[in-house]
Design a protein around this ligand. Structure first.
Ligand code: HEC
Length: 217
């Protein structure tokens, strides 16, 4: 289930990423990027990346509810942001995959936080949004596993542990900078990117962050 939550989030981010030029276009007033339209693209992107749709017949009721809630959160976030997405005359609207993902995760948590949590975090020294700061467990996995030279690229870390005193299955999936990230997270470190944040000075392939999934029993 953790993998599915992460994969749906990734599909969502990829749709926003592929629509970035359209979102940033200051001339078009109706981009046709409704919640419904985005959801269809997310389902398609998920299918292409995973070889099956996110909602398959073999899901348990709980798994189905979680996935449906996550997809519905995407629709709501897009619908709530129509004014900014369609704003005329504004080129960079700040509506980027990382922001979209955070809004979706926050909305998901409103309904699901006692059952599951989805978060995008990053190494302490790279975190931009305070909400994304790694907790103790995430920090330890990032520093002692993902940042060690022998950690296999892309390999997730799983552990049965506790969160807020409750038994939980936790999963952390590392993510790395690709070329497209470096316009904002690359060099020279400290220079302001288009979003107003200082760049981190990251290089291609460096650890950028991690998707963190918590599943309560
Ligand atoms: C247009 C600039 C831009 C691009 C391109 C970009 N990011 Fe970001 N990224 C940001 C901003 C701004 C935030 C903070 C979002 C927020 O407020 O939650 C962020 C947040 C993050 C976070 C969450 C942790 C944190 O620091 O708050 C991670 C991880 C991340 N980016 C990785 C990436 C990766 C990997 C890519 C490429 C696939 C990428 N980013 C592309 C601007 C960008």
């Amino acid at each position: 289930m953790g993998n599915r939550l992460a994969a749906v989030l990734r599909a969502g981010r990829s749709v926003i990423s592929n629509s970035q030029d359209l979102i940033n276009d200051p001339s078009t007033q109706d981009k046709g990027l409704s919640g419904q339209a985005v959801q269809e693209q997310v389902l398609q992107a998920y299918l292409e990346a995973n070889g099956e749709p996110p909602l398959t017949a073999d899901l348990s009721d709980k798994e189905r509810r979680m996935t449906e809630t996550q997809l519905a959160a995407m629709v709501e976030v897009i619908d709530e942001n129509q004014t900014i997405i369609n704003a005329e005359g504004i080129e960079f609207k700040g509506f980027i995959p990382a922001i979209f993902a955070r809004l979706v995760n926050e909305k998901f948590a409103e309904e699901m936080s006692s059952e599951a949590r989805v978060k995008v975090t990053a190494p302490k020294d790279l975190v931009r949004n305070r909400m994304a700061r790694p907790d103790g467990w995430e920090n330890q996995v990032i520093e002692e596993k993902f940042r060690k030279g022998d950690w296999p690229i892309g390999e997730a870390f799983y552990e049965q542990t506790t969160v807020d005193g409750k038994p939980a299955f936790r999963m952390l999936i590392p993510e790395y900078y690709s070329d497209s990230c470096l316009a904002c997270h690359g060099s020279p470190a400290g220079d302001t990117d288009v979003t107003g944040f200082p760049k981190e000075g990251g290089s291609l392939g460096d650890l950028a962050g991690a998707i963190s999934i918590t599943l309560f029993e």
